[in-house]
Design a protein around this ligand. Structure first.
Ligand SMILES: N[C@@H](CCC(=O)N[C@@H](CS)C(=O)NCC(=O)O)C(=O)O
Length: 205
């Protein structure tokens, strides 16, 4: 059976959300991040980076949330969660998935690092202000890109999982998000039953 190593309120939610959308069976294994379990054996042998999520599927051990959700779509829900390889829609899917993790997520990660994630001596408070500004700029790009109910138009895809999770993260950081287009989008994604199931699954672990 598919196994997901993760922890509530982290990027492992992306993976559980994708699995719930697909309707696949999986086992969720909590890695107690606050206790440092991700940086010790046995977990560190699975992911030398010491981070969640990690997916196990047969002999495959996969890290990096965008790679995992794309793999799951290709393998278990072809054409449903991710468009078929070689199509124009797949190219758009890749564009927005990369945007989610290299553009939209990065300012949030910068804020998190300089608020609490880095060792105290490495934190630079001025980085936080700059990241807030950068995030606002990046939101405008997403707003322009949203030409339909979902980022690829009428069809929901794993790119919406990556973007939606990142917007939920921004909401948890209480960042300003006043665009009706973005608020509608986030509301639409938040109402997906698969997301609620994924959150409950992680919280219960
Ligand atoms: N690029 C990775 C990032 C993974 C990551 O940073 N995970 C965080 C939780 S959201 C983590 O495990 N942090 C533990 C630590 O840094 O000690 C992905 O998208 O999967």
């Amino acid at each position: 059976m598919i196994q997901v190593y993760g922890h509530a309120r982290t990027r492992s939610l992306r993976v559980c959300w994708a699995l719930e959308e697909i309707g696949a069976e999986y086992r969720f294994i909590d890695v107690d991040l606050p206790s440092g379990a991700a940086r010790r054996e046995p977990f560190i042998s699975l992911n030398p980076g010491g981070k969640v999520p990690v997916l196990l599927d047969g002999d495959l051990v996969l890290t990096e949330s965008p790679a995992i959700v794309t793999y799951l779509g290709d393998q278990y829900a072809p054409g449903k969660l991710v468009p078929a390889v070689g199509t124009l829609l797949r190219a758009r899917y890749e564009q927005w998935s990369y945007f989610a993790v290299t553009e939209l997520e990065q300012p949030l990660w910068t804020m998190a690092k300089h608020r609490f994630a880095l060792p105290e001596a490495r934190r630079v408070p001025a980085m936080i202000d700059c990241a807030v500004w950068e995030f606002g700029r990046t939101l405008k790009i997403l707003e322009k890109g949203l030409q339909g109910p979902y980022i690829l138009g009428d069809a929901f895809s794993a790119a919406d999982i990556l973007l939606g999770h990142t917007l939920l993260w921004a909401q948890a950081f209480k960042l300003e998000m006043s665009s009706p287009t973005l608020l509608d989008y986030l509301q639409r994604l938040s109402l997906r039953p698969a997301l609620a199931r994924a959150m409950a699954r992680e919280a219960a672990a």
